[in-house]
Design a protein around this ligand. Structure first.
Ligand code: IVH
Length: 674
């Protein structure tokens, strides 16, 4: 933004407005990092034109204002904030500045702590009893939310929680961060979905909304948590003088303290320790937006003083924001190879998780309906790690009435054919088998590495050959000619020959790959392997009825039906016929592994005679069968064992004559246990 006075005033108004939305209305319209960036821009302008700065500049205060919902409480000492660093160079520069002020820092130790993405809370204990819980407010005066704070189960109502020798000051004021574990947040949203109620957008908003509830019964139902990290004030008693010892002290008194915090002997070690946090961010069950770097020696740290509201002895190394807001410009619809229509969001490009994004998935049409996402909405999007960006939901407070609701397309956006929604399914389908969108995805899938692995046949070439009318289904690949390929843009002799050779080579692929390549709904790599191993050929699968398919472990009724439907379609029958004609009819020997072979009585002929103690005659026969054996009525040379009970008949004698081993009932039972 150009630096002129008008822009400066405008930016100031904008920041003050967002501040109000965030702190007073609990309804932020932009993400924390967007807010930080506005503030950075304002600071830059003020750096160039210090004469513009007036008392109402957002840079002049701790970044918060209070509403009149709660009683005002002055803090015993200012509740300060942190300056930000965005990379290791910033951290290095910060430390060098401090060493210049105080050379004793050269050998100082450090503590790294998670920068929890929650809300500051200030807890006041008098004679060990929790007296007050106060929000940060403007850093000087906060809001009394004691009733709500008492509902947070991990906040001690009295300290110490267990007997200790530690000295406890008469007045102890502890600062911590109230937040919600991601798993608790997800559970909460699941409960809301089950009740058909509106869900929350993210753990932070939920925690904020919950802490500033007028009715503490509502707060009590929200799974809030806390980690403490600072002693803001103490009176009448000894407290440790290093940050690391204070964390331990707080823990000993019974306060929750994050176990992710670490101690480092010197600056170098701490700098190396920063690398660990990328992984920590992925693995922990709560959101952090950075790492807080703290000089361990607190008198030394405090001696460095402040810049505005930020103490010099601590700094936050911020991570790239994963959640940002942007304007949803449109909703596009993709058609997959099985004809499923999938909506996606097209929005104003934003930096999210360190990269610029302009598209994100919207999952399915029910999601758009349930979250009431409208075109023109300001939406919250998220991109974490390798996960593709997705839309979390709309910021409904930012609506101006011009947003447009979206309705499920009644026709396929590619071929115009009527769409269908199957009973009980979320997905909406284009059921036109010759829809070009499906054909492109179908051929792309057929050629993919997991299927027929035809190199040189990626999505671009697939589009070319389909648009040039050379391929109408996958079997057409095997009649492609060099001349036809040479007519396509970018194809010279070599490229055409290589592609034809790769297509030819695919004729040697094994059955499981071909089955996967056909693109039957629900049949992926694993299912294709199962089908190949059980039926041995394409015809074997095509001829199987639903019952036979379902009798295979791992194949449920839906997939069985999809397989039947696929082979029932005339167009698919033709594809299979043509593939066979072109030499694609791989076969394998069916592995008939008899599951019973593992049973302890497998293959044994057993005859029972006399009265058993534990079983009736029928019962013991059933037992033999259950464990894989066969029970016959008469003894012969083929009999492996005779089980003899009380008052046996002639069978026992016959067994003795033929040399057939005799078992007692107990011995048989023991055999079943082997
Ligand atoms: S230290 C002078 N430590 O981050 C002490 N803050 O942008 C300054 N925060 O308002 C705070 N985790 O709400 C500190 N381990 C931690 C923190 C932490 C989260 C928050 C805190 C503060 C904000 C600073």
């Amino acid at each position: 933004m150009e630096i002129n006075h008008e822009n400066y005033e405008q930016l100031k108004r904008e920041i003050n407005f967002h501040n109000y939305q965030y702190h007073v209305n609990d309804a932020p319209l932009i993400s924390d990092s967007e807010f930080d960036h506005l503030l950075i821009e304002l600071r830059e302008m003020e750096g160039v034109h210090p004469e513009w700065v007036t008392a109402d500049s957002p840079t002049m205060r701790a970044g918060s204002v209070s509403s009149d919902k709660f009683a005002k409480v002055p803090h015993p000492s200012p509740v300060l904030s942190l300056a930000n660093a965005f990379n290791k160079d910033d951290v290095q520069a910060w430390f060098e500045r401090q060493v210049k002020t105080d050379q004793r820092l050269e050998n100082t130790s450090f503590v790294l702590e998670p920068k929890i993405d929650g809300l500051t809370i200030v807890l006041r204990y008098e004679k060990g009893i929790l007296k007050q819980g106060v929000t940060r407010g403007d850093g000087i005066i906060g809001e009394d939310v004691t009733a709500n704070v008492r509902t947070i189960r991990t906040i001690p109502l009295a300290i110490p929680v267990k007997p200790t020798n530690l000295s406890i000051p008469d007045v102890l004021v502890v600062r911590g961060e109230v937040f919600m574990f991601n798993s608790d947040f997800e559970k909460l949203n699941e409960q809301l979905i089950a009740k058909g109620e509106k869900t929350w957008l993210n753990p932070r908003n939920t925690a904020a909304g919950s802490l500033r509830q007028q009715n503490s019964d509502v707060t009590a139902k929200r799974p809030l948590s806390i980690y403490t990290y600072q002693i803001l004030y103490s009176e009448g008693g000894e407290i440790p003088q290093t940050q690391w010892e204070r964390l331990e002290y707080l823990r000993e008194l019974g306060f929750p303290v994050s176990s992710e915090s670490r101690y480092y002997e010197n600056f170098e070690a701490m700098l190396n320790g920063l690398d660990r946090w990328t992984e920590v961010r992925e693995s922990i069950d709560f959101d952090i937006d950075g790492v807080v770097i703290k000089i361990n020696d607190l008198p030394l740290s405090e001696g460095l003083g402040f810049v505005g509201k930020d103490p010099r002895g601590q700094i936050a190394l911020k991570f790239p924001a994963r959640e940002v807001t942007t304007i949803l410009e449109n909703i596009g619809v993709n058609v997959g190879r099985t004809g499923v229509l999938t909506p996606y969001a097209l929005f104003e490009p934003v930096v999210c998780g360190g990269v610029t994004v302009s598209k994100a998935t919207l999952h399915n049409f029910d999601f758009i309906r349930d979250r009431d996402i409208r075109i023109g909405d300001r939406v919250l999007i998220k991109r974490a790690g390798d996960v593709i960006p997705y839309v979390i939901g709309p910021i409904t407070e930012a609506r101006n009435g011009n947003e447009k609701a979206f309705s499920i397309p009644e026709t396929c956006p590619v071929c115009g054919h009527k769409t269908e929604r199957l009973e009980g399914e979320v997905a909406v389908y284009c059921v036109n088998a010759s829809c070009p969108a499906q054909l492109i995805r179908n051929v792309e899938h057929y050629a993919s590495r997991e299927a027929m692995d035809i190199s040189g046949l990626g999505i671009k070439v697939v589009e070319q050959i389909i648009n040039a009318d050379l391929v109408h289904d996958v079997s057409d690949l095997y009649i492609l000619s060099k001349e036809a390929l040479l007519g396509l843009e970018g194809f010279a002799d070599k490229k055409a020959e290589n592609l034809l050779a790769a297509i030819e080579a695919s004729k040697q692929q094994p059955l499981n790959r071909l089955v996967n390549a056909l693109g039957i709904r629900g049949v992926g790599e694993a299912m294709a392997e199962l089908l190949a191993n059980n039926f041995g050929s394409i015809d074997g699968i095509a001829d199987a009825d639903k019952e036979t398919l379902e009798s295979i472990e791992g194949i449920g009724p839906n997939i069985a039906q999809a397989i039947i439907d696929w082979f029932d379609q005339d167009s698919n029958k033709l594809i299979v016929e043509r593939l066979k004609r072109f030499g694609l009819d791989p076969r394998i020997e069916i592995k008939t592994k008899d599951a019973k072979a593992d049973l302890p009585l497998y293959g044994l002929n057993i005859v029972v005679t006399g009265t058993m103690q534990n079983y009736s005659r029928e019962g013991i026969k059933a037992l033999i069968k259950e464990y894989g054996g066969k029970s016959a009525d008469s003894v012969s040379k083929k009999t492996d064992y005779v089980v003899v009970g009380d008052n046996p008949g002639s069978k026992a004698e016959k067994a003795a004559k033929l040399g057939v081993p005799i078992l007692s009932e107990q011995q048989l039972i023991e055999m079943t246990r082997q």
